[in-house]
Design a protein around this ligand. Sequence first.
Ligand SMILES: Nc1ncnc2c1ncn2[C@@H]1O[C@H](COP(=O)(O)OP(=O)(O)OP(=O)(O)O)[C@@H](O)[C@H]1O
Length: 243
Amino acid sequence: MNEQLKANGVTVRFGGLTAVSNVSFSLKAGEIVGLIGPNGAGKTTLFSSLVGLQKLSAGEIHLDGQRIDGRRPHVIAKAGMTKTFQNTALFPGMSLLDNVMTAGLLNNTLEAARTLAHECLERVGLGADAGRNVDDLTFPQKALGEVARALAIRPRILLLDEVMAALTPLEMDKVMATLRDLRDRTGLTMVVVEHHMRAIMNLSDRLLVLNFGKLIADGLPQEVSRDPRVIEAYLGSEHAQAA
Ligand SMILES: Nc1ncnc2c1ncn2[C@@H]1O[C@H](COP(=O)(O)OP(=O)(O)OP(=O)(O)O)[C@@H](O)[C@H]1O
């Protein structure tokens, strides 16, 4: 199918503040799309609205041609779309395997959840680390552990909200290579929010840019980075640094 996800005129208002304003875009299966924009641009709110955690004030969202806005998060997860949470780490003190199993247990028996968790850890290159306590993992391993935990929901579309925030540029490169490999092997569609410009430019097939809740650009990373509206949105912002 060409359009796996379609968002039409998505709008979210908090009282007098329009956090997401008439945003329309679509996703194709297997795409990696970067969602960028200055602080407060509406990225997390848009993610939350896509997975049913935030009620829309207006607009529609269609997954595989079926309207999903207004559905509960677990229904949307079952239909194939889920998100990671900004600043939400793995559960401390538990093994990596147990962490990933917590997600798999929602729809599986204990044994099936264990098998699924091992599969998900293999997919992100952490198969050999399943038994380790998450407190002993490196930051890149923790980031990929979060991805593995989300994979246990069996999504076809995964929204990643700043999973690489704590990483050095070199660590980001490794995690990005794993994400690309994951996409190439499984066809998973990903939308990725990251503030680090070099990382998001390298990882993404396409970029969406939000500014004050409005979608101001949707295109190839090279085109978008030259777009005067995008440059203006980032001017004076710390995130304009291409570190
Ligand atoms: N529950 C809420 N109630 C009221 N205002 C909110 C709520 N959630 C977000 N906002 C506001 O909506 C706007 C968009 O916030 P959002 O967190 O979606 O932006 P963001 O692009 O993800 O920002 P950041 O890059 O800092 O994470 C901001 O002005 C924020 O203060």
